[in-house]
Write a protein that binds this ligand. Structure first.
Ligand code: DX5
Ligand code: ZN
Length: 220
């Protein structure tokens, strides 16, 4: 039986009350905190870094999943590990040496993964499956919360699921972008087990209502 995980993206949280926001969303049932790092270079937006990760770390026990949308990638990885990250993912286009970056993340004690934009080919997985703990399929182009789900992502999720099953390894399959109550079941049916949701959760007054409704969709 698949264990499904809900990973709220704090990109849509109230940044003036971030400690309270992460506590509330975990109390509402979040399994993971998804932490979007944007550099105004690899993506056209600028968000948060290791200092903010360190600041929220004492507020929650659940894993912090750092999604790096930055270039270069490597030099910021040890800083996030020190700041309490548990999972670090990056975009293969943003790394000079994918294998080295994956190894660097693991050497810093975190789970490592690759992120695939809607237009990124999946062959980046081919020679590094043994160094991967998580695959993140983007169902929007990276850079902003609140965008619409791109249905073609379902095919990539299904492809990644096949690769994971073939590897026989315990690899999380995460989907990120435009996930709502009404499409989470389709992402699960394609093979995803970890669901990032920003605006769908933080855009509603009762986080537990949304997370419960998502879990209900996953149970059917
Ligand atoms: C987009 C980010 C996503 C985003 C998700 O670049 O990686 O994590 O915050 O937000 P929603 O769920 O609103 O699409
Ligand atoms: Zn993200």
């Amino acid at each position: 039986m698949t264990t499904f995980r809900i990973a709220p993206s704090i990109l849509s949280a109230d940044f003036a009350r971030l400690g309270e926001e992460v506590r509330n969303v975990v109390a509402a049932g979040a399994d993971i905190i998804h932490f979007d790092v944007m550099d105004n270079h690899y993506v056209p937006n600028l968000t948060i870094g290791p200092l903010v990760c360190q600041a929220i770390r004492p507020h929650v026990q659940v894993p912090i999943d750092v999604h790096l949308m930055v270039r270069p990638v490597d030099r910021i990885i040890p800083d996030f590990a020190k700041a309490g990250a548990n999972i670090i993912t990056f975009h293969p286009e943003a790394s000079e040496h994918i294998d080295r970056t994956l190894q660097l993340i693991r050497d810093n004690g975190c789970k490592a993964g690759l992120v695939f934009n809607p237009g990124t080919p999946m062959h980046y997985l081919d020679h590094v499956m043994d160094k991967i703990d998580i695959i993140l399929i983007m169902s929007v182009n990276p850079g902003f919360g609140g965008q619409s789900f791109i249905p073609e992502a379902l095919k990539k999720i299904a492809y990644a699921r096949t690769m994971i099953d073939k590897s026989g390894r315990d690899i999380l399959l995460e989907v990120d972008g435009g996930i709502k109550i009404d499409n989470i079941a389709a992402a699960a049916a394609a093979g995803a087990d970890t669901f990032v949701a920003g605006s769908a959760i933080f855009g509603q007054p009762d986080y537990k209502d949304v997370i419960d409704a998502m879990r209900e969709q996953l149970a059917t």
